[in-house]
Structures are given as structure tokens and as C-alpha cells.
Design a protein around this ligand. Structure first.
Ligand code: SF4
Ligand code: SF4
Length: 73
């Protein structure tokens, strides 16, 4: 499948609930804390950009509208 866009997480909206991580078929999202040693707020991060298929399931599943698909990245 040709990918046309990648997800962008807005850290101000993301609560770190992890739903997008669980919903991502190729498991390319994970939760990261803002500071080392597990300190600070958790946010979803796309850790494997080439592995993302652009399916947008993470956008659909996020209850806080924190993920948007961005074209041309
Ligand atoms: S667009 Fe699809 S493959 Fe990419 S991070 Fe979101 S759920 Fe995963
Ligand atoms: S589903 Fe939304 S709020 Fe929850 S971790 Fe993913 S981006 Fe953040």
C-alpha cells in the first residue's frame, strides 16, 4: 500500500492513554515519557516511520483528537 500521510501527535492533547498504540496494526507507535527514567507525562510517539502504513487507525481510535494525518512528510 502506498502511504500518503503520517500521523502527527499533538502532545498538548495526548493523555498517554495508549489506545492508538494498541490499535496500530504494525505496532509502530509507542508511549514515551517526556523525561528520562519514566518521569513526566506520557505521549504517543511514532518510533518507526518507514513501518507506518498510513492506515489512520490511530486517528480514528484516539478519544482526544490528538492525532492527525499530515501529508508530504
Ligand atoms: S497510521 Fe496506521 S500504521 Fe501508522 S501509526 Fe497510525 S495506526 Fe499505525
Ligand atoms: S489514543 Fe490519543 S490520547 Fe491516547 S495515547 Fe494515542 S494519541 Fe495519546
Amino acid at each position: 500500500m502506498r502511504r500518503t500521510a503520517l500521523p502527527l501527535v499533538d502532545p498538548d492533547r495526548c493523555t498517554g492513554c495508549g489506545r492508538c498504540v494498541a490499535a496500530c496494526p504494525p505496532h509502530v507507535l509507542w508511549l514515551e515519557t517526556e523525561k528520562p527514567n519514566g518521569m513526566g507525562d506520557k505521549h504517543a510517539v511514532l518510533h518507526d516511520e518507514p513501518g507506518c502504513t498510513g492506515c489512520a487507525k490511530c486517528v480514528v481510535v484516539c478519544p482526544f483528537e490528538a492525532v492527525s494525518m499530515v501529508r508530504g512528510r
